[in-house]
Ligand binder design. Structure first.
Ligand code: DX5
Ligand code: ZN
Length: 221
């Protein structure tokens, strides 16, 4: 079986007890923690920043923290998140004045870096910077909010991204973000994704363990 990664998005967690919410999904079988950063400028919502990432580390979280920057500009926050204990950092190419430099900053900081691609954005920047990225994050909703519906045409883009990665022979994660649940995860995996962000489908469930198990059993078929 492929090495599939399930990444609960803490956007849908209860922020009043975030450390506990992260511990619970990890003990329920999650692989990595998806950390959505919104600035009320690049997207019309405001969430959490590097101090919260540092707090999770101080709380004892050792899991991979996958920081998804929906902010503009990006470079200063890349530095702050490296210092705050991030492991993966993705940003939207539209938000960087110099994509090459932003990607380099991430790798220089010892993190994996990648590009987050909106539903209406092409894969051109991915193709140009393929040698410099470790993650392609395909948005399957418009960024800004949890709990939206998966946009079906993203499946076609996933197939395109999968073929780009396979042809390159590079070791690049293909991550899907938005509207993922146990109902559509199998189809999404068949289109080529290997890393699955799920916010409302996990944190909205009564039993995190069951929610993650349901996803895994769909992936095993
Ligand atoms: C949306 C965020 C997503 C979001 C996914 O802008 O990037 O990570 O939390 O939430 P669900 O899984 O509820 O669509
Ligand atoms: Zn995200």
């Amino acid at each position: 079986m492929k090495n599939f990664l399930i990444a609960p998005s803490i956007l849908s967690a209860d922020f009043s007890k975030l450390g506990q919410e992260v511990d619970e999904v990890i003990s329920a079988g999650a692989d990595i923690i998806h950390f959505d950063v919104m600035d009320n400028h690049f997207v019309p919502n405001l969430t959490i920043g590097p101090m919260v990432c540092q707090s999770l580390r101080d709380h004892g979280v050792t899991a991979t923290i996958d920081v998804h920057l929906m902010v503009e500009p990006v470079d200063q926050l890349i530095g702050s998140f490296i210092d705050a204990g991030a492991d993966w950092i993705t940003f939207h190419p539209e938000a960087s004045a110099d994509i090459d430099r932003s990607l380099q900053l991430i790798r220089d900081g010892g993190c994996k870096g990648g590009l987050a691609i909106n539903p209406e954005t092409s894969l051109d920047s991915v193709k140009i910077f393929l040698n410099k990225i470790d993650i392609i994050l395909l948005m399957s909703v418009n960024p800004g909010f949890g709990g939206q519906k998966f946009i079906p045409k993203t499946l076609e883009k996933l197939r395109e991204a999968r073929s780009i990665i396979d042809k390159s022979g590079l070791n690049i994660h293909l991550e899907i973000d938005g509207g993922v649940s146990s109902k559509n995860i199998r189809e999404i995996a068949s289109a080529g994704a290997d890393t699955f962000v799920a916010g409302s489908a996990i944190y909205g469930a009564d039993d995190y363990h069951l929610a993650i198990n349901n996803m895994r059993s769909e992936l095993e078929v």
